[in-house]
Design a protein around this ligand. Sequence first.
Ligand code: HGY
Ligand code: MN
Ligand code: MN
Ligand code: MN
Length: 412
Amino acid sequence: MTDTDAPAISWPRLEARLAELARIGDTGDGGCSRLALTDADREGRDLVVSWMRELGLRVDVDGIGNVVGTWPADATEAPVLTGSHIDTVRTGGRYDGNLGVLAGLEAVETIITSGLELARPVAVAFFTGEEGSRFAPDMFGSLVYVGGLPLEEALDTVAVDGAVVGDELERIGYVGPLPCPARPPAAFVELHIEQGPVLEAEGDTIGAVTGVQGISWQEVTVTGQSNHAGTTPMDHRHDPAYVAAALAVFVRELADEAGPPQVATVGRVELHPNLVNVVPARATFTVDLRHTDDDALRAAEEAFAARADALAATEGVTVERRSLARFAPVEFDAGMVDRVERTARARGHSVRRMPSGAGHDAQMLARVCPTAMVFTPSVDGISHNPDEHTLPADLEAGAGVLFDVLVQLATE
Ligand code: HGY
Ligand code: MN
Ligand code: MN
Ligand code: MN
């Protein structure tokens, strides 16, 4: 699809939609905050759904709030599906997830206006709660979509702020009749920013993503004895803050010693009662461990558990570990990855085959259909940060590759 008379996406239209969606939950510093199923998320959903309806797509909502826009509207066959997520972390950027949904919408709109003869329907989706930061696990909606989490269990999930998923879906009006799990699409392709430093460092424009590394999220609750900060001798203390801090240092040193691709993050820490002159009663924190090799990931989990138990014994506290998410590494369909690479090269782009450090809805869709991802570079490798940025030319390049891959899959 590279000759001059071939249909082409409209970058100005895509750029305008990215900017309009970014205004919802705008944090004033270039970023977005639309935590899953909050009012800001609802506003973003309503805007994207209005664009889907203006295009004449059939808009289906399933029981966990995933939204799929299908063309033709009367299609009954399994579509070629694209999409991503529009929920963000609290300090999110404007492209994480949003690019994949809006570039997918742009591709579908271009397919419609070009009058291309389709062999199968096309569709664009946004999945509920991909970030997993308000309620876990991440890739929440797409996991239910593919049957990896029963709908009833998902609806009963409690968010970090105490809200219940089912109540939140009702509140924002996104409980739909489409059954979960969904009928598998014919194929799935997701465009996403890399969110890391590799493409920029290597000077490549497109990533042909080979798969997604394994993810292990735990919530750790350390319970000790609250006491007076001034009167309690150090050898009388059962201090959860000390154990939490020691474990945060442990996972950092574990990852430093293991070297790439092992990564480890303590992202959320809460102390109770969280007061300057009280030895805490309780420390609750999260540990995010990731690795491309599942055995290495399991070894890191086991080392963490052993260290936690040893510290609990010496400090006289209890440590409870609760899994929030555990996904083994995923390999994408080799033929689909080749297709992304071939298509990007045909457009004259430099392409790199690479695994994804971040989790994505595509890793769930890979369970039920041939799946691949297209990456575009992240400036300074920054993401989950208001400074998240990708050059317009790279955004347009990614959207063009996505369009070509979708057209191939829908017309062959
Ligand atoms: O955590 C992740 O990798 C994704 O952003 N949900
Ligand atoms: Mn994302
Ligand atoms: Mn993200
Ligand atoms: Mn993702």
